[in-house]
Design a protein around this ligand. Structure first.
Ligand SMILES: Cc1cn([C@H]2C[C@H](O)[C@@H](COP(=O)(O)OP(=O)(O)OP(=O)(O)O)O2)c(=O)[nH]c1=O
Length: 196
């Protein structure tokens, strides 16, 4: 099946290959990728949704000025256990700690999406997906750690890989967990006149 490509200049302000693939899935082919470099530390007592919104908007603000006249999209994915923001796993110790916390529990994946239009107008959305993890044995956690699939992932897992075996139910957008809720991106882009 060929997907019709939508045509305005579109900058993806994200280094995430997942986000690039997700956009391609709905026929949005970025003309360029320009990754933001910002401080992603949470503020004291900052709640997960406020954090996702702030970071997505700061990523957009870091990249947008370099691309006047284009659509620019930035996003952030946060794994939240109650009021607690889990880290992006960059090492095995962090990934193991995340999996131990998620084991046998329900958590939220919160996606912040920020898009600027050539008109200068910009919009922000926060999208929530509920994810249930089965109880994980120590052996399951160690096998998952050995897979390295947790690397660079919020909350230390990737639903699009082996971790799918640990997730009996999801409520809400699946693509939001992977990195970008596609129905929300589509609604935001069409609302801003993209592809007209
Ligand atoms: C929970 C989960 C997260 N992830 C990924 C999506 C994001 O790439 C990453 C969260 O980190 P982000 O900070 O949202 O994004 P990033 O650092 O990859 O890219 P950039 O800041 O340049 O936009 O975790 C998955 O791929 N699968 C999952 O199931």
């Amino acid at each position: 099946m060929t997907r019709p490509a939508l045509s305005s200049a579109f900058i993806l302000a994200s280094a995430s290959p997942r986000r690039l693939d997700l956009l391609k899935q709905i026929g949005v082919i970025p003309s360029a990728v320009d990754a933001p470099h910002i401080d992603e530390a949470a503020l004291p007592r900052e709640l997960p949704a406020a954090y996702a919104r702030r970071i997505a908007s700061e990523k957009l603000a870091a990249v947008h000025p370099r691309h006047a006249g284009a659509f620019v999209l930035a996003a952030d994915t946060v794994v939240a256990l109650g009021r607690r923001i889990l880290p992006k796993a960059e090492d095995a110790v962090t990934a193991r700690r995340c999996l131990e916390l998620l084991s046998g529990r329900r958590h939220k994946v919160i996606g912040g999406i920020a898009i600027a239009a050539p008109s200068g107008q910009s919009i922000l959305r926060v999208v929530r997906t509920d994810v249930v993890f089965k109880r994980l044995s120590t052996a399951e956690i160690e096998r998952y750690i050995a897979s390295e699939e947790w690397h660079g992932k919020a909350g230390g897992y990737a639903v699009q890989g082996l971790a799918a075996a640990f997730i009996p139910s999801i409520a809400g957008s699946y693509s939001n967990i992977v990195g970008l809720s596609l129905s929300d991106v589509y609604a935001m882009l069409t609302g801003l006149g993209f592809g007209e």
